[in-house]
Design a protein. Structure first.
Length: 761
């Protein structure tokens, strides 16, 4: 009745007389006061609320990264549906919505990784420092206009913490409970003058592995890492901001996780462990030494019409590794690989202030890179590498010995121009159009030689004849290629209400073609090393329909995205079942599904976050795919399988993550937090040949964190547990190298429990 009388009085008021804006006391009592913190992202190259960005984005700030114990991109993938990073025997493989690149130095990543605006397109660069991070943004689907050609499956943007206006010192440490896991991270930040600020971050990590190798009498893979970063921020004028970042990472790893899971012609005679467990046996003392750097200089000049930004990057690494190619106790092949990579990039970008009738971003980009890769191995081929005789005496007999050498170089130069325009058609309706033109040139070279053991003399005819059966021969291949692509974007945004934004977008993506680094022959045919030395650009056509909603008067949000992406000339690298990898353009594939994520501040002390994704992947055409032994699809003439209509590796139908955080006060100055996470993935294949021996069952992993802290965060102490039920899961699977009938797979991290403490002042 009160509201009815209020409206009646309002209608009777003379024109020009306004009532005081006094809110209804009862309405204030009913209105929730809880508000989620607004998440700001730079997915569109300018700071915006996450709810205004027409892209499927997951954003994690420093607090969530610390709460979840996310120490690297592999940890991040556990909390991000439809994103997966798995460590293979050679390099990490990154997948988004089922799209990724295999183990080949000739590939760029399908998921573009950017550190403070600098593209990190090589797999080893995923292992660089993950410390003192302000925010991580995971963008799913092609991001070609603003992030470039090689973000065909999505993009990950890592933003480092910046210098602050006040002196800030932070020290944190981790100590494993019942295991060797030590980590110390320190940062100091503050002003050096009125216009100059600095931030220094350091990290030391020492961790034993979770897989025991009785042959080496150690846990593998152990890791020691030293990282350092210096960030200088200088603003000589109000309209000018500059930032220099110098970053270095030295990482040493001992061993891997690849283990034999199914008996072969050789391992059936050795009696070694072939169970899916945390035991592996290899005769090689494997190691991996990575030295990486990532330096950048950003400068921005603000005008009334917009901001001009220059981003200059120098990045690279050198990597030396010893690797047991057969992952067993037999000295079949021990690889020594040396990889060296350097990259320079320059981008100029001009962006309007935002919020205008027409907003725009335009830019020019240039990048050049050089990759050098060399590999050598003493090879001992046994009868069991060619055929299983059923007799151990014959299977383990050495047929031939040889020294193999591989050399590979790839020089690349690319230039592009891009423009994105956003038109505000009405107060609630906006449309964005964009285009990026890319011109790229590459030169590739591969040399493969076979020598008599311990000499530089060519192998004898008998040795060559045996190796020919394994599709290994001496060769030299080289090529030059040019690629020019035009990539468009169109989207439409409609604000259905003040709290609901919807969008529909179409875009095209592309990933660079190149030259195969790991082929062992120069044969012709569907899987021949000569035929497939050069591979073409991969392309994508993507549709996405989404909505971003602010609910419960700001206490909750909900984001939904439906996507449909068709890929053509898919680049794949799969183990040939003998001793090498085949690189081809597989044909076409369709990936579609739905992604939902939400946050809800249920009470002042309970925050719930969750995400779920459904993925439907199908090879539309893949006639010359790889085969597992005994596959009913194998073509007797070509040795390939038609995988059209099948799924791909690393494509679980369902992935989900649920997290809850309870925060309660303990007196006036202390609080206690408890966080519990559950991360789920449905069953999926771990190898491109869809071998059922590499099928990973559905699994849920549980993590928890109990934390005691001062309210102002001056100190904290936490007990953290990850993979608490100690689930053993496979990462990458493959047939055993040079060993008939066997199977091997890498395994993902086991249960870890550790104490974490931090102090800041």
């Amino acid at each position: 009745m009160r509201r009815i009388r209020y409206l009646a009085c309002l209608l009777l008021l003379p024109s020009g007389i306004a009532l005081p804006q006094t809110p209804d006391p009862q309405a204030d009592t009913d209105r929730p006061t809880r508000q989620l913190e607004e998440v700001l992202v730079t997915a569109q190259m300018r700071a915006e609320s996450l709810g205004d960005v027409p892209v499927s984005v997951t954003a994690l700030g420093a607090d969530k990264l610390n709460e979840a114990g996310i120490e690297n991109l592999s940890d991040l993938s556990e909390y991000t549906p439809n994103f997966k990073l798995v460590d293979s025997g050679l390099v990490p493989n990154v997948y988004m919505r089922g799209i990724g690149s295999g183990s080949n130095q000739g590939f760029e990543l399908s998921v573009g990784i950017f550190a403070d605006g600098i593209h990190l397109g090589r797999a080893h660069q995923t292992r660089t420092a993950f410390m003192d991070v302000e925010r991580v943004e995971v963008l799913r689907g092609p991001q070609s206009i603003l992030f470039g050609k090689n973000a065909i499956a999505g993009a990950i943007s890592l933003i480092s913490a910046k210098p602050g206006d006040e002196l800030e010192v932070r020290l944190s440490g981790i100590q494993g409970v019942g295991e060797d896991k030590d980590e110390v991270t320190a940062s100091i930040s503050g002003p050096l003058s009125e216009t100059l600020g600095a931030r220094v971050a350091l990290r030391y990590r020492n961790e034993d592995g979770y897989v025991f190798n009785p042959e080496q009498r150690r846990d593998e893979p152990s890791a020691k890492e030293k990282s350092a970063r210096l960030v200088l921020g200088w603003s000589p004028y109000e309209s000018v901001d500059t930032q220099l970042k110098l970053e270095k990472t030295d990482r040493n790893q001992g061993g891997r996780t690849l283990q034999i899971t199914h008996e072969s012609a050789l391992t059936g005679c050795s009696g070694e462990d072939i169970e899916r467990n945390d035991v592996r046996q290899t005769d090689t003392r494997e190691s991996d030494e990575l030295n990486a750097f990532n330096n950048s200089f950003n400068a921005s000049k603000h005008f009334s019409a917009g901001t001009l930004t220059s981003t200059t990057g120098w990045s690279g690494f050198d990597n030396t590794e010893y690797f047991d190619a057969d992952s067993s106790t037999f000295d079949t092949a021990e690889f020594l690989s040396i990889e060296d990579f350097e990259q320079f990039s320059q981008e100029f970008r001009f962006a309007s202030p935002g919020g205008e009738r027409i907003d725009y971003i335009a830019g020019l980009y240039y990048q050049r890179s050089e990759l050098k890769f060399a590999e050598s191995t003493p090879l001992n081929v046994r009868t069991g590498a060619v055929q299983d005789t059923g007799l151990c005496l014959l299977n383990t007999a050495v047929l031939v010995q040889a020294d193999l050498e591989r050399e590979y170089t790839l020089d690349s130069e690319a230039a592009s121009a891009f423009l994105q325009l956003t038109f505000s058609l009405t107060q609630t309706l906006r449309s964005t159009v964009g285009v990026r033109y890319v011109s790229e040139q590459k030169e590739g070279f591969r040399r493969f030689d076979i020598f008599e053991p311990g000499t530089r003399s060519s192998a004898n005819p008998a040795t060559i004849a045996v190796l020919e059966q394994l599709r290994i021969n001496s060769h030299r291949l080289q090529g030059e290629r040019d690629s020019n692509v035009l990539l468009p974007l169109v989207n439409l945004q409609w604000d259905a209400s003040d709290n609901i934004m919807t969008y529909l977008s179409y875009t095209q993506g592309a990933k660079s073609g190149g030259y195969d680094a790991r082929g062992n022959n120069n044969e012709d045919g569907p899987t021949g090393g000569r035929t497939n030395f050069e591979f073409d650009d991969e392309q994508a056509d993507a549709w996405e329909l989404g909505a971003k909603m602010r609910l419960a008067d700001g206490a909750a949000d909900l984001n939904i995205a439906l996507y449909n992406v068709e890929y053509s000339e898919m680049q794949v690298s799969v183990f040939d079942g003998v001793a090498g990898f085949n690189v081809t353009n597989a044909g076409s594939a369709l990936t579609r599904g739905i992604e939902i994520d939400s946050r809800w501040l249920a009470t002042d002390w309970l925050l719930l976050t969750g995400a779920v994704a459904y993925l439907d992947f199908e090879w539309l055409e893949y006639k010359d795919g790889p085969c597992f032994p005994g596959s009913p699809k194998e073509d007797a003439n070509t040795g390939t399988c038609d995988l059209s209509g099948e799924v791909n590796q690393q494509t679980p139908e369902w992935t989900a993550s649920l997290s809850g955080t309870i925060t309660l006060p303990l007196g006036d100055n202390v609080k206690v937090e408890f966080t519990a996470d559950a991360n789920y993935r449905s069953e999926h294949f771990t190898a491109g040949d869809l071998d059922p021996r590499g099928l990973q069952d559905s699994v849920t992993k549980y993590n928890a964190r109990l934390r005691l802290a001062q309210v102002n965060e001056d100190w904290s102490l936490a007990l953290v547990g990850k993979n608490l039920t100690d689930e053993l899961t496979l990462g990458i699977g493959a047939q055993s190298g040079l060993d008939v009938g066997g199977y091997r797979a890498s395994t993902e991290p086991a249960k870890t429990v550790y104490l974490e403490a931090s102090v800041q002042f």
